[in-house]
Write a protein that binds this ligand. Structure first.
Ligand SMILES: [Zn+2]
Length: 137
């Protein structure tokens, strides 16, 4: 499914779930404890990211339960985040003339494909910002 979305939109979606990035950025055990359970901090972060009502989140839930929480809504959210990273100006010609061809976005001036940030980089940027604001970890 991710592959089809990437092909259709010409984007790269995140390969790693947000909590895997947390473990990498803030240290092992910060989001998932040694028994594979989500920490309170992980739950707090997921509520910030997805809103309190999107997931049925509870402290002590197992990391193995996470894949079942992926919905059409979370997947389209991931696609929208990447599409929102489109630069204002075309990096190829410097003009600001994006236009849609089907679901693809191309430069209306030079014809270059739109360039987006990839999903994993966007998650890391988001985590950095949230950590600065909320100091969860
Ligand atoms: Zn261009």
């Amino acid at each position: 499914m991710n592959y089809r979305l990437e092909q259709a939109f010409g984007i790269k979606l995140a390969r790693h779930f947000v909590l895997e990035h947390v473990e990498e950025m803030f240290g092992e055990g910060s989001a998932i404890d040694e028994d594979g359970k989500l920490t309170d901090k992980a739950i707090e972060l997921l509520k910030v990211r997805y809103g309190g009502n999107v997931f049925n989140l509870s402290a002590g839930m197992d990391m193995d339960e996470i894949p079942a929480l992926v919905t059409a809504g979370t997947m389209s959210g991931g696609v929208m985040d990447v599409l929102d990273s489109l630069l204002e100006k075309c990096p190829n010609c410097g003009n600001s003339a994006w236009k849609a061809e089907g679901v693809r976005i191309k430069c209306g001036s030079c014809g270059a494909d739109a360039a987006f940030k990839n999903g994993d980089d966007l998650i890391k940027e988001w985590l950095t910002k949230v950590q600065e604001e909320k100091k969860i970890f």
